[in-house]
Write a protein that binds this ligand. Structure first.
Ligand code: SF4
Length: 738
């Protein structure tokens, strides 16, 4: 393990290639972090097709977090007010098997839940699906991707007949007009943004439109920034469609021959005249018209979005309406054009391929489809009817299940719901009620560990071999290059061992991760995400590969006759039963919790460039932590004056559910009537600074994704808050050796 290893950044879904080398290289000084500890060297991989050597601060500093605050041994306790005591893996597995068996007897299969993560490698995801959905007979596997991009999944499936972004990063260099809505790409997907920005700067005719209530770093360089009121995305999109139709920017051939449902959509958008829409969105009429005109005049429009669109009670409707604009103007299936949802996590896409949500199965199948279930039952060699036709509990439904006593085992892996779930007061109360919670993580403490009975140490980045897929469907092999600390194990190994101890020896007789991956790719045969040509060996030899990648001739001449398309739907045949894409017809609905006189402002939450999710890695990197000693709330000067708040003062934000404190950042970068706070800080990092103590759990009725992006709040100066009081005062349970 002393050579340079090519792998993938384990943070966001951009999926940048990394080259990692050991700290001490003969002839070179030992690489050290700011505290003087030796750390692995990391730099961008110039050969990676998605990132071409680029890397942002998170990827560049990943090595500094590898050895900090690691969970090294299984730890157990009987109740939440005890310390954890070290146990052997045997004791841990025995306890899990006992709890699963007793829950099966008491509550049936639906009493068992697993809440996983886009941090999983595909092998982890796949093994968990086989265990829960194939062997235990419950579809109660959901992932934090539910909070991130399940609306995009639902949008693609309903519009195109199948999940999967149809575009690729090359489109960033080829577009005439980039339409960014609900995405602060410059901070959250920086390497994608750098590429787009380079193209934009080089080509003066290329238009960049950004839709965001905040003047983010992304919006700051746009040709047109539409600072719409939160919750008016659907008004804007239907209004733009109205103008595109009025002005005749229609691809009538594509509409007539390749789509269905345009008539109902046309009827809907009739009700969105520009004067009304500009008023509803809080933007000028000429701004709205300019956006529609630029879209209509461009041959190649690329739309990008992420959580600003997806985290909404209208998330699926909004994704589908973005797709409508592409279909009506013929911006699909060609270079530089198409709808492109950016994934938040490194392997959220792999999770979708492996069936890692409560309503889907491996190979872009759904649990409701009897043929899909039968195909998986055959592959898994489990008896017919083993897979339930009922979608399992989605993320928030698991919390409700804990409240109602219908969940007996809550298994959380590689994620931190005690920070990232909405309505944290309620979430934590539900976790406290859990009869048995397993927290499987690389780090300790995490906020979720505080609510857990059993801690399982997981191997992480570089400590196990596996595969991840990024936002543009590029699959990268990530080999192990260092030993996991203590007794930490790969997630898939833990799931497989539990499966064997439950009596499924044959089903989980995988000898290594490559064998798991081989079985997974066989599940994709003939499916839209066909990856049957891929294997660990082939990916290691040939490098990152985009899917679809079905079995093809390996002879180079023959390969030329079977080019692998970089984009989906280039033939304008979609994955629906009649091959046509579906228009959607949705009226605008607005926010689930609009402001009122008691709660007059809209809170929106988001991410900072340097930090990652709940900071279990980036919070331990000194130079990042130093940059953001406290979470700051952005508030417009008009609102600050109205509520008596001064820049740099502590302010209190209250919603119907909770109260949190932040340092005030009075800035015109945010629209009046809106407050922004970062989502990263949990109770281990600051006292009372949790964004999600404020948010509500209302979900999109189609995707079941919560509306984390908006809730009604009021603000006031926090006169009693001094800096010392902001230090966390959480009692962290001790880890006691045997
Ligand atoms: Fe990692 Fe995303 Fe930064 Fe690339 S852009 S280095 S994938 S965090």
């Amino acid at each position: 393990m002393s050579e340079m290893t090519k792998t993938l950044c384990p943070y966001c879904g951009v999926g940048c290639g990394l080259e990692v080398s050991p700290p001490g290289i003969p002839g070179k000084a030992t690489n050290r972090d700011s505290s003087g500890a030796p750390v692995w060297r990391v730099r961008g991989d110039r050969d990676h097709p998605s990132s071409k050597g680029q890397v942002c601060v998170k990827g560049a500093t990943i090595a500094e977090a590898l050895d900090k605050n690691r969970l090294k041994y299984p730890m157990m306790r009987d109740s939440l007010d005890e310390s954890f005591r070290r146990v052997s893996w045997d004791e841990a597995y025995d306890r899990i098997v006992r709890e699963i068996r007793s829950t099966l007897a008491r509550l049936g299969p639906t009493g068992i839940c697993m809440y996983g993560s886009g941090q999983f490698q595909t092998e982890d995801y796949y093994t968990a699906q086989k265990l829960l959905k194939g062997c235990l007979g419950t579809n109660n596997f959901d992932a934090n991707s539910r909070l991130c991009m399940s609306s995009a999944v639902a949008g693609y499936i309903q519009s195109f007949g199948s999940d999967g972004p149809p575009t690729c990063y090359d489109d960033l260099d080829k577009t005439d007009c980039a339409f960014l809505i609900g995405t602060n790409t410059a901070e959250c997907h920086p390497i994608v943004f750098n590429r787009l920005r380079k193209h934009h700067k080089r080509n003066r005719k290329v238009k960049l439109i950004v839709v965001d209530p905040r003047r983010t770093p992304t919006a700051a360089v746009a040709d047109l920034h539409l600072a719409i009121r939160p919750g008016t995305d659907m008004h804007l999109l239907n209004g733009m469609a109205h103008l595109l139709m009025r002005w005749g920017y229609l691809d009538t051939v594509l509409i007539d021959e390749c789509t269905a449902g345009f008539g109902q959509f046309a009827e809907i958008i009739r009700h969105y005249p520009p004067e009304l829409v500009s008023r509803q969105c809080g933007i000028r009429l000429d701004e709205l018209e300019k956006a529609a005109r630029w879209w209509g005049d461009s041959d190649r429009v690329l739309s990008l979005w992420s959580m600003g669109v997806n985290q909404s009670v209208e998330g699926t409707a909004t994704c589908r309406t973005i797709i409508n604009l592409h279909l009506m103007t013929g911006n699909i299936g060609k270079p530089g054009a198409g709808p492109f949802s950016l994934t938040g996590q490194p392997n959220a896409m792999g999770g979708r391929e492996a069936g890692g949500l409560a309503h889907i199965l491996p190979g872009y199948r759904t649990v409701k489809n009897p043929q899909h279930r039968a195909e998986l039952e055959t592959l898994w060699q489990v008896s017919a009817g083993s897979i339930s036709p009922q979608p399992g509990l989605a993320a928030w439904d698991m919390i409700r299940g804990l409240e109602q006593g219908t969940v007996g085992v809550m298994w959380v892996a590689a994620t931190n719901p005690a920070v990232s779930m909405p309505d944290l007061v309620r979430t934590k109360a539900a976790l406290r009620q859990s009869p048995f919670t397993i927290c499987q993580d690389a780090y300790y403490p995490t906020e979720t560990a505080l609510y857990s009975h059993l801690l399982l140490p997981a191997a992480q980045f570089g400590e196990k071999s596996g595969v991840m897929t990024n936002s543009e469907r590029v699959v990268t092999y990530c080999p192990q290059f260092r030993d996991p600390p203590g007794e930490a194990r790969a997630d898939w190994e833990i799931f497989a061992e539990v499966g064997r101890r439950l009596g499924f020896e044959r089903e989980f007789n995988f000898v290594n991760a490559a064998a798991v991956y081989a079985e997974f790719v066989s599940a994709t045969k003939g499916r839209p995400c066909d990856m049957t040509r891929l294997s660990h060996r082939r990916l290691a030899e040939e490098g990152p590969t985009q899917w679809p990648s079905p079995g093809r001739p390996t002879d180079p001449i023959a390969k030329l006759a079977h080019p692998e398309p970089k984009r989906l739907y280039t033939d304008l045949r979609f994955n629906t039963s009649d091959g046509r894409a579906n228009f959607a017809a949705f009226h605008a609905g607005g926010l689930a919790e609009p402001p009122n006189p008691d709660y007059p402002l809209v809170l929106t939450v988001g991410r900072l460039y340097e930090h990652w999710h709940t900071m279990s890695r980036t919070g331990h990197i000194a130079r990042i932590a130093k940059k953001h000693p406290h979470p700051r709330a952005e508030i417009h000067p008009k609102d600050a004056a109205k509520f008596g708040i001064e820049d740099g003062q502590w302010l209190e934000v209250r919603s119907r559910r909770g109260t949190s404190r932040f340092l005030a950042n009075v800035t015109k970068a945010i629209a009046p009537g809106t407050v922004f706070v970062p989502m990263h800080w949990g109770e281990l990092w600051a006292k009372n600074s949790e964004a999600n103590a404020l948010t509500h759990p209302e979900v999109c009725p189609i995707s079941l994704q919560p509306e984390l992006k908006a809730c009604a709040v009021r603000v006031m100066p926090a006169t009693d808050a001094v800096e010392d009081e902001m230090q966390p005062q959480v009692a962290v349970p001790q880890l006691v050796s045997r």
